[in-house]
Design a protein around this ligand. Structure first.
Ligand code: PEP
Ligand code: MG
Length: 851
């Protein structure tokens, strides 16, 4: 039993442990539930001896002994991961009974673990069995119910073409599509390309993308990026195989729908040729070096020049099989590291940044990179040499394209390439001890380097490479590390330990500052730090103005980690959960239960005394959902967006409302509908909530409200107020729709100012309308977190400010420094102004007087 059947068409895995089987999508860890490591199954174990589910070789035993990979004779990598977050136990509670390189039979003991210890010290005992090289699998057939270790079949894997010969030969055909015009504003950069390759991998056919006489494997991200497909380019698809027709049809409509991107952003501005560095004025002062601002903040510290050591690579092979095994093991170790890194970022509320490493993980499965490595290994080269050649060649191709976005991805290939190389060569990646108080200077920092910087030692960094949009800069901003990119080359020659001030806002590095300058900087920083500390200490107290007016301060969140963080930072609840962000990257709609689990977890994190306002899907506009491709529209911001989803997919909205309602016992639940512009829409939405409540027999009180972000809702606020329980003003959209300026427009962004008197007058009208009917009104747009806007919003009668999580303590402190009467006067004067600039000037003078 176990392993392949006679025709070698299937591989059968037997239960490695006894216990109930759990679908992989139900595992409470997105790394597994979203199949980032691979597809498979999970088991909730009642036994403590992990048996091999198949015959094969142990190609990876993680150093923490909580995970291993068995590679079957067919080359299928079966990764078994005991428990969740068990890597943190550093091997405690696990006794491995095999080592890397051992051959095992189905049912052999692999690892014995202490379930009691794991239950107390890990997030869960759920054990995942997943296939990490899924491109070889045509179909997964998981079992359900109870499993008995060594006996029950838990997963049947149908293999793809090369691994087996189908019994009935299907007709194979070769087909080519018509020309397809690419309308993605940035062309086929990494994200849409990944959507395409993931879909292409579902087909057995060989699929190529053709452009200008060149062709690329449509299942390979690096190959497609190498074609440098730009906005308005024409491409074709060619498929060869039994499912060629379906592949062409499905992929071409996917490309036409935008591959998960909005097709209506502004087309790219022409860029200067890449080889040139951005035009940065050079400083004539030897002590001042200029670059571009990559992350704001100003710090004083000592220069530490960071050099990446060269890794020694042996070319000669120790035999093909051995090299291949080494390669598989290095790939697997890297995949596990990357999924742990993603988890860490997710838990630190950095959901978006985790995607950078998810893309790295995908590169490790790129068929072209793997094939190029395989080819060299077959020609008698070592795995390290072959892999090094393969990823450098791909990075060179991207670097030499005249395309800044793709050149940025070359760094990602080099980064992930180096990660695997370190495992292959056994070269210790142990970081050199960076002295505390350092300002790092390097040619470039990889995303991995940036994500693992020790905040206790590194105050800031500057790189001669990169730019404001490179991943290192994005990560620096999210970690709050001041940074400069594209700094003058002579930065690399600065002597170690030179004293310097790094000004991230101005993109300037000042060497050998005077003691006086350092003292002044330290003084300023101490003042800011003291203020922050004080605000944090007082964060849990309510925000009451000096003359006794209470304003509720709540948070805008997009997931559980931020909900938890908001409680820590004194949030009185959540004023906006942007539910569309919970499942943004998914290719299939989340089930009702899956959604319910997330809403419930968030409600529980907030508790019964706090408000939770869940906004229903605000899909459309600039937020396309990969699993919900909407027909393309000329003006998507004026199209099927927000509550209008009900017109194209009412079942989706219904199932979401049901899922939200299941969180009602755990906090004060509010359901909010976005983009409401007519009374009929809100009546219909209310009806849907009532219907779902009845169907699900939910009797808890649930408020129903709307976002006021379309001028019609603000103008008719009084009429709308009679129909809802609350309003929340979305100033981001209200500004865009009032001033007719696309909120993401690169040229007009500065004009889209929410302090424009026209927008303020709509806010005033909304507050008036709400209060006439005794309803409360909040602001959840970006304006609520802006220091200059806070007194005006309060003066206009806003009852609640919903702000970014990090801003909670400051906003509360700001409110405490105000006086309601003064705010009212300020607001009334603002309404009489002619421009946003005038309002800003007046607000600045007000704040200055206010101390
Ligand atoms: C807004 O429009 O102000 C708002 C809060 O919603 P979003 O930014 O998600 O559109
Ligand atoms: Mg909005």
């Amino acid at each position: 039993m176990g392993n392949s059947n006679s025709a070698n068409e299937f591989i059968i895995l037997l239960a490695p442990l006894s216990g109930p089987l759990v679908p992989i999508t139900k595992v409470p860890d997105p790394t597994f539930a979203e199949k980032m490591v691979g597809d498979g199954i999970s088991i909730d174990p009642v036994t403590e001896t992990l048996l091999s589910p198949c015959k094969g070789k142990v190609t990876l035993l993680h150093k923490s002994h909580h995970a291993l990979t068995i590679t079957t004779p067919e080359g299928i990598e079966v990764l078994i991961h005991i428990g969740l977050d068990t890597v943190n136990l550093k091997g405690k509670g696990f006794t491995p009974k095999v080592k890397e390189g051992d051959t095992v039979n189905t049912g052999d003991t692999l690892i014995v673990f202490d379930a009691d210890f794991l239950t107390k010290n890990a997030a869960s005992l759920l054990t995942q069995i997943v296939i990490s090289n899924g491109e070889k699998i045509a179909e997964y057939l998981p079992s359900s119910g109870m499993a008995e270790a060594g006996k029950t079949e838990i997963l049947k894997l149908k293999l793809i073409k090369a691994n087996y010969v189908p019994e009935q030969k299907e007709e194979s055909s070769s087909l080519e599509s018509q020309d397809i015009r690419i309308l993605n504003p940035q062309g086929l950069h990494a994200r849409p390309t990944a959507v395409l390759t993931n879909s292409a991998k579902r087909f057995a056919s060989d699929i190529k993308m053709l452009k200008d006489g060149r062709e690329a494997n449509a299942k390979s991200v690096v190959a497609i990026m190498g074609l440098d497909v730009k906005y308005q380019d024409r491409i074709r698809l060619r498929a060869n195989g039994t499912d060629a027709a379906q592949a062409i049809e499905s992929l071409q409509s996917l490309i036409r729908s935008g591959l998960g991107e909005s097709l209506h952003g502004a087309p790219p501005e022409p860029k200067p040729p890449l080889q040139q560095k951005p035009d940065i004025e050079k400083s004539s002062d030897p002590n001042i070096l200029k670059g571009v601002s990559a992350s704001p903040g100003i710090v004083a510290g000592k220069i530490y020049r960071l050099k990446q050591d060269d890794i020694e690579i042996k070319e000669e092979s120790e035999g093909r099989t051995k090299e291949r095994e080494k390669f598989l093991s290095a790939l697997n170790k890297s995949k596990i590291e990357l999924s742990e890194l993603q988890n860490r970022l997710r838990n630190s509320a950095d959901v978006g940044k985790a995607a950078i490493f998810a893309a790295h993980q995908e590169l490790l499965e790129d068929p072209d990179l793997l094939a190029a490595t395989e080819e060299d290994m077959s020609a008698g080269k070592s795995a390290a040499f072959s892999w090094h050649q393969a990823y450098n060649a791909q990075a060179d191709i991207l670097r030499n394209l005249n395309n800044e976005l793709l050149a940025g991805r070359a760094n990602d290939i080099l980064d992930v390439g180096r990660r695997v190389l370190v495992h292959l060569t056994g070269e210790n990646a142990a970081k050199k001890e960076i002295p505390p108080g350092s300002i790092l200077v390097a040619e470039d920092l990889s995303p991995s380097d940036t994500a693992s910087l020790d905040r206790g030692r590194v105050l800031g960094f500057c790189t001669t490479g990169g730019g404001a949009t490179s991943h290192a800069s994005i990560l620096a901003r999210s970690a709050g590390i001041p940074a400069i990119a594209a700094i003058e080359e002579r930065a690399l020659e600065i002597k170690q330990e030179t004293m310097a001030i790094l000004d991230g806002d101005r993109g300037e590095l000042r060497l050998n500052p005077t003691q006086d300058e350092i003292d002044r900087l330290n003084e300023l920083q101490n003042k800011i730090a003291l203020e922050r500390k004080k605000n944090l200490e007082e964060a849990s107290a309510p925000a009451v103005t000096a003359d006794g007016h209470r304003v509720k301060v709540v948070a805008n969140i997009s997931g559980l980690a931020e909900a938890e963080e908001s409680v820590r930072l004194g949030g009185e609840g959540v004023g906006l959960l942007r539910s569309e962000f919970l499942f943004l990257q998914r290719s299939e709609a989340p089930s009702g239960e899956e959604q319910a689990a997330v809403y419930t977890a968030i409600a529980q994190a907030l508790g019964k005394d706090r408000d939770l306002v869940v906004r229903t899907l605000d899909v459309g506009g600039d937020k396309p959902l990969a699993y919900m491709p909407l027909p393309s529209e000329v003006n998507p911001f004026l199209g099927v967006r927000g509550i209008r989803l009900n017109m194209v997919a009412p079942e989706l909205l219904q199932s979401q409302i049901g899922a939200i309602l299941s969180a009602s016992p755990y906090s004060k639940l509010h359901i909010m509908f976005p983009m409401v512009s007519t009374i009929e829409e809100i009546r219909l939405a209310r009806k849907m909530v009532e219907q779902q409540k009845k169907e699900l027999a939910i009797n808890n009180e649930v408020s129903v409200g709307i976002m006021v972000e379309v001028p019609s809702a603000a103008v008719l606020a009084e009429a709308f107020a009679a129909e809802v329980d609350f309003f929340s003003i979305g100033t981001n959209d209200l500004t865009q729709y009032t001033l007719a300026i696309d909120r993401g427009h690169p040229r007009l962004a500065k004009m889209a100012d929410g302090l424009h008197p026209a927008v303020l007058s709509l806010i005033a009208k909304t507050a008036e309308g709400a209060h006439k009917h005794g309803k409360w009104v909040g602001v959840c747009g970006g304006l609520a977190s802006e220091k200059a806007a806070i007194p005006i919003l309060i003066g206009l009668g806003v009852d609640e400010l919903s702000v970014s999580v990090a801003a909670l303590p400051q906003v509360k402190a700001e409110i405490r420094s105000l006086n309601l009467e003064d705010c009212r006067n300020l607001a009334q004067n603002a309404l009489k102004m002619m421009s946003a600039a005038d309002v800003r000037k007046m607000a600045a003078a007000f704040l200055e007087n206010n101390g």
